[in-house]
Design a binder for this molecule. Structure first.
Ligand code: DAR
Length: 368
């Protein structure tokens, strides 16, 4: 479709879909100031939101430099999504030093607020600086990126603190697993689902060439996982069933430092926007910290409606057991995580999760 027709289509969809941030922030006058390559790149970022007008964000970056190169558009979109000023700058910080209202010693212990052991999970997204982002990768790019990760994974496998193995979906890969083994990893919440069923990721180009260049590293204790080729080049995940939230946070940071220190592995970063991610909703920290918690009283009607009403003012998102757009547990178990990713530090996110769960538990107890 020629760009002038796309611009007309965006105008039409904009009037019909006020919640689609990308459509609302697109400015034809700015678009016309771009050269042909710039117009092609920026329109590629909006493709998902045009093909899926019901999108909330409605765009994905396709090149590491997109946020900086198309600042007039992305600054508006980021401000709308993250409720920050258009000139907001992000700072990354994993230190709990100086984070307010923490328990003594900064130990985020759920048992201290009357909770049992919970499934705790912290993940960050990372993209390698010398590749296009997933929305614009070729099949060869995806296979090359996966190959680039074999050395870091080899170091993790050789490390007694990690061990484990890498499982590839790439046909012909020396680490290729069969469909049954893949499905078992998905059922165990270790590996990500087939992305080609996601209309948003498909329209964004992120799900292209499935399953080439996709796989996951899993540590021997299954508490440390690295997805390759999902929505970002890498999703680096720490999980543990326990009560001390610091443990998963600290293990993730230690592993990230180890991987970051590997020669030739540079992550895409922006001076103003922090960690560069495909989706603007993840920009900055690219961190989602979550726990699975039973809220039988707040979900007594079998839905997460009441839980979302309580959680949202607390800055918390409620998801189902399988993550975004999945059902809650039959026993009322839900996935709770702070909504903020951008213009908040990693330490503040983990503290917000602990404080948010504490407040949510009080509301659950009150609802009994
Ligand atoms: N459907 C997309 C999702 C945005 C946030 N979720 C991510 N990145 N997994 C939208 O624009 O609404």
């Amino acid at each position: 479709m020629p760009f002038d027709e796309k611009i007309d289509l965006i105008a039409k969809l904009k009037s019909e879909n006020p919640a689609n941030i990308a459509l609302q922030c697109f400015d034809p006058a700015y678009f016309q100031t771009l050269d042909s390559d710039g117009q092609r790149r920026l329109m590629a970022c909006l493709n998902s939101g045009i093909e899926n007008p019901d999108s909330e964000m409605g765009c994905y970056a396709c090149q590491p430099g997109d946020y900086d190169d198309f600042r007039p558009f992305f600054a508006k979109a980021l401000a709308a999504r993250h409720k920050v000023p258009k000139d907001a700058r992000h700072e990354n910080n994993w230190s709990l030093e100086g984070v307010g209202e923490l328990p003594d010693g900064g130990v985020l212990d759920f048992s201290a607020i009357g909770l049992p052991a919970l499934s705790m999970r912290v993940r960050v997204g990372r993209n390698l600086a010398d590749f296009s982002l997933p929305g614009s990768m070729t099949r060869d790019d995806r296979v090359s990126l996966e190959a680039r990760m074999m050395d870091p994974f080899g170091k993790l496998i050789a490390d007694p603190g990690f061990g484990g193995a890498y499982h590839s979906l790439t046909p012909g890969s020396p680490n290729e697993i069969d469909a049954a083994a893949y499905q078992k990893l998905v059922d165990d919440h270790i590996m990500f689902k087939d992305m080609s069923n996601d209309t948003y990721l498909t329209a964004a180009g992120i799900a292209s060439d499935w399953p080439y260049g996709r796989g996951c590293y899993v540590s021997a204790d299954r508490g440390f996982i690295v997805w390759v080729g999902e929505e970002d080049h890498l999703r680096i995940i720490c999980m543990e069933h326990g009560t001390i939230l610091n443990r998963v946070f600290d293990r993730l940071k230690a592993a990230l430092d180890m991987v970051s220190g590997i020669e030739g592995l540079e992550f895409a970063m922006s001076g103003d926007y922090g960690v560069v991610t495909s989706c603007p909703t993840n920009l900055g920290t690219a961190m989602r910290a979550s726990v699975l918690i039973q809220l039988p009283n707040l979900t007594s009607d079998g839905t997460d409606k009441r839980a979302k009403q309580i959680a949202k003012p607390l800055g918390l998102a409620v998801r189902g057991l399988g993550g975004e757009h999945t059902p809650i547990g039959a026993d009322g178990t839900v996935d709770i995580s702070p909504s903020a990713r951008f213009c908040i530090t990693e330490a503040e996110i983990i503290a917000a999760l602990y404080k948010g769960i504490s407040l949510l538990k009080k509301e659950e107890d009150r609802a009994s």
